[in-house]
Design a binder for this molecule. Structure first.
Ligand code: E4P
Length: 221
């Protein structure tokens, strides 16, 4: 399972990319609205920071297919042709996914709440689907079960579409996604930090340092 950063904050993206193996960055309108810069400027800065080989996902904002397709073209022309276009899984969104697929533009179907939505998006040509794990849990659903069913459906029906699970509020949700075989997860910077951290690891290293210094003083390796 590969990890993406669900943030448009330059400082956070740089920090995480310096320390960990990150496959790219996902954004949505809410995430971009949190930053001070012009959104295109922000996205170009992110691209410059992560490089052209990393994945960058940008979401459209319109609610009709024609405008979604136009927005996708604009995003690509303003940033670059490697950008993945996130299209919400609403009625007009499916139509837009089909049109974008015909144009050779890779899409991610976002705001997925059911396995059938994911299957329909895959049939419309979406390269990725993003089930919203925590938001599903919050409406009395079972986010992990939805992820698991999507993976099963894609295998059963021999679909190439991959699962990029999104919307996490804790490490356990991410862990369970990895167990059921999600190809990607996108998580906020604080969750990504938590994935790498355990206090016992820190304590172990503290003890190694104490033992080394006791025996060897300031000697280094
Ligand atoms: C990513 O594609 C989604 O926009 C994002 O993960 C939603 O996360 P949230 O439910 O924490 O806002």
């Amino acid at each position: 399972m590969k990890i993406l950063i669900d943030s448009a904050n330059i400082h956070s993206i740089k920090q995480l990319s310096d320390y960990y193996q990150i496959e790219g960055v996902t954004t949505n309108p809410t995430i971009l609205a949190k930053e001070q810069s012009d959104y295109l400027q922000q996205l170009r800065e992110i691209r410059q920071l992560i490089g052209e080989n990393k994945m960058l996902f940008v979401q459209t904002i319109s609610e009709n297919a024609t405008d979604i397709v136009e927005e996708a073209k604009k995003i690509i022309s303003e940033i670059d042709e490697n950008v993945y276009i996130k299209v919400p899984a609403i009625r007009e969104g499916y139509k837009a996914m089909k049109e974008l697929n015909q144009l050779g533009i890779d899409t991610l179907a976002t705001a997925i709440y059911t396995a059938q939505q994911a299957l329909m998006a895959a049939r419309c040509g979406a390269a990725y689907v993003a089930p919203y794990v925590n938001r599903i849990d919050n409406v009395s659903g079972d986010g992990i079960k939805v992820v698991s069913e999507i993976i099963e459906l894609f295998i059963t029906h021999r679909l190439k579409t991959e699962v990029l699970a999104a919307s996490f509020k804790n490490v356990n949700q991410v862990h369970k996604c990895s167990l059921v075989g999600a190809q990607f997860v996108t998580a906020s910077p604080d969750i990504i930090e938590e994935l790498h951290f355990h206090p016992c690891s820190e304590l172990s290293v503290d003890q190694f340092t104490i033992d080394w210094k006791e025996r060897f003083g300031k000697l280094t390796i």
